[in-house]
Design a protein around this ligand. Structure first.
Ligand SMILES: Nc1nc2c(ncn2[C@@H]2O[C@H](COP(=O)(O)OP(=O)(O)O)[C@@H](O)[C@H]2O)c(=O)[nH]1
Ligand SMILES: [Mg+2]
Length: 182
């Protein structure tokens, strides 16, 4: 049987979780969208439950991709989704008022998963919103004793999303001496 792994995408509403999974999934992504009742966000629909997709790596390993619900009232689901995951990709929307505070929320809520596996921080919309810079995110993590790659990425572009997965897997390899991927 082919080895299967689970990777989790998280981030605020509009950060690109649905886009990232849709960009690379080989199966039609499953989404649970509903009418957005949060008037502070200019989106007609939003993910209330979760996103799901699948992608097969060159070595034949299958990745199950899960997107967490973005809204705070669904935080209770995060720990359920995190169970057994191979790692976390945190999508940051740099056009939001305080992207570093957004990062803190995910570092805090997924602290255990990050400590046990790995994470990658992907900063989106840097073309239009260059600040805070990547260094600021790295410093914020360092302050918490977390070391993860921070890269600019557009969640709507498949090559960017695959690069994020690649960075996550590389990190796991170096941490575990390839164990996680065997
Ligand atoms: N420029 C840019 N647009 C993005 C990026 N990620 C998502 N978007 C756009 O932002 C909107 C919301 O993305 P979505 O994937 O629904 O966010 P989600 O709420 O995290 O699932 C969509 O119109 C995307 O095309 C990004 O990294 N850069
Ligand atoms: Mg979504």
């Amino acid at each position: 049987m082919a080895i299967e792994h689970k990777i989790l995408f998280t981030g605020t509403m509009g950060a690109g979780k649905t886009s990232a999974i849709a960009a690379i999934s080989e199966v039609i992504p499953m989404r649970t969208e509903a009418r957005n009742t949060d008037l502070s966000v200019g989106k007609a629909t939003t993910t209330v439950g979760l996103d799901y997709g699948e992608v097969t790596l060159e070595n034949g390993e299958k990745l199950r991709l899960y997107g967490t619900p973005g809204q705070k009232r669904f935080e209770f689901m995060w720990s359920i989704l995190a169970r057994g995951a191979l790692g976390l990709i945190i999508l940051i929307d740099n056009s939001r008022p305080d992207p570093l505070a957004d990062l803190d929320i995910y570092l805090e809520n997924f602290a255990r998963l990050i400590a046990e596996t790995g994470c990658v921080v992907a900063v989106g919309r840097t073309e239009t919103h260059p600040a805070p810079g990547l260094d600021a995110f790295a410093q914020r993590m360092e302050a918490r004793g977390v070391i993860c790659p921070v890269v600019p990425a557009n969640a709507t572009r498949a090559e960017d999303v695959l690069q994020l997965i690649h960075l996550l897997l590389l990190q796991l390899e170096s941490r575990t001496g390839h164990e996680a991927l065997r």
